[in-house]
Design a protein around this ligand. Structure first.
Ligand code: CP
Length: 317
């Protein structure tokens, strides 16, 4: 792994290696991941050009637990406000000897563009670009599913809500199909489905009762109004009535279903509080597993994992 820009085209072996590497960090302690020296002497720069709570905080924690030096550039108070271009900003940061840029941007393709312009010595990790991809979110979601369900074979997963504007849904669909889930369903009103939805390898449903029937995993998405740009929307009340996940609608799924959400959640819009905070919800576990999963991606992309393997092998000789 060098850059981590998208799940698309990554083979099952790489995705499994990320999950196994993340597992090695979590198994050091179920709740908290201990500090390891894998990235000592390396510098990780978090460049968030769009708002974030979970992704930014867990990338910072992940880099610190790997013993890297971490810089969080505050874009709002940076010299981009004085007219400096994105590329000039990045070249200046590169001159400070960064080993990885973790990039979030509102434009689809921003991370790919940066990867094509910057020296290959700097690993580019996509922390969400427009409506295109959010690969580390998808991997922490896969990690959560594997921890609860053991394997992907035979699993039926429903992704519900604003699929059209969701980078998370695209990355999740790619990861679930590559890892061998039995069925990946999307459940949404037609107006919130992309035109190419069938080509993504999913089963399409517009009614919750049918889409949730006998599923093992339900992933809820919020309405991503910041990317809608005047699209025709149902009222929140109407949307909640038809697509909001309530305890009643959850009974369509298997009794051992897990409920997931990448966050931020909008209570009473796409999910009822009794479900979000209820016994089938693993929403906060997803956040916790984000640390170990992002540690795995950072260490694989910056060579820390290779060093670990060499060290283990030399100790065995
Ligand atoms: N899931 C997610 O990307 O959350 P943040 O926007 O808070 O990082």
């Amino acid at each position: 792994l060098r850059h981590f820009l998208t799940i698309e085209d990554l083979p099952c072996e790489i995705l499994t290696e990320i999950l196994d590497t993340a597992e090695s960090f979590v198994s050091m302690g179920e709740q908290s991941v201990k500090k390891v020296p894998l990235l000592r002497g390396k510098t990780v720069m978090n460049l968030f050009f769009e708002n974030s709570t979970r992704t930014r905080a867990t990338f910072e924690l992940a880099a610190k637990r790997l013993s890297a030096d971490v810089l969080n550039l505050d874009i709002k108070t940076s010299s981009t406000a004085k007219g400096e271009t994105l590329m000039d900003t990045l070249q200046n940061l590169e001159a400070m000897h960064a080993d990885a840029f973790v990039v979030r941007h509102s434009e689809s393709g921003a991370a790919h563009f940066i990867a094509s312009q910057i020296t290959p010595d700097v690993a580019i990790i996509n922390a969400g670009d427009g409506r295109h991809a959010h690969p580390t979110q998808a991997m922490l979601d896969m990690f959560t599913i594997r921890r609860h369900k053991g394997a992907f074979e035979g699993l039926k997963v429903a992704i519900v809500g604003d699929i059209l504007h969701s980078r998370v849904a695209r990355s999740q669909i790619q990861a679930l199909n590559t890892l061998g889930a039995a069925a990946v369903r999307v459940v949404a009103p037609k107006t919130l489905l992309p035109r190419d939805i069938e080509a993504l390898g999913v089963e399409v449903y517009t009614r919750m009762e049918e889409g949730l029937k006998d599923v093992d995993v339900v992933i809820m998405l919020r309405l991503q109004r910041e990317r809608m740009h005047g699209a025709l929307l149902p009222s929140e009340g109407e949307y909640y009535r038809l697509y909001g996940l309530t305890q009643e609608k959850l009974t369509y799924a298997r009794p051992d279903v897990i409920v997931m959400h990448p966050g931020p959640i909008n209570r009473g819009v796409e999910i009822e509080s009794a479900v979000a905070d209820g016994p089938r919800s693993v929403i906060l576990q997803q956040v916790s597993y984000g640390i170990a999963t992002r540690m795995a991606v950072l260490s694989m992309a910056t060579g820390g994992q290779a060093q670990q393997r060499e060290l283990s092998q030399s100790m065995q000789q």
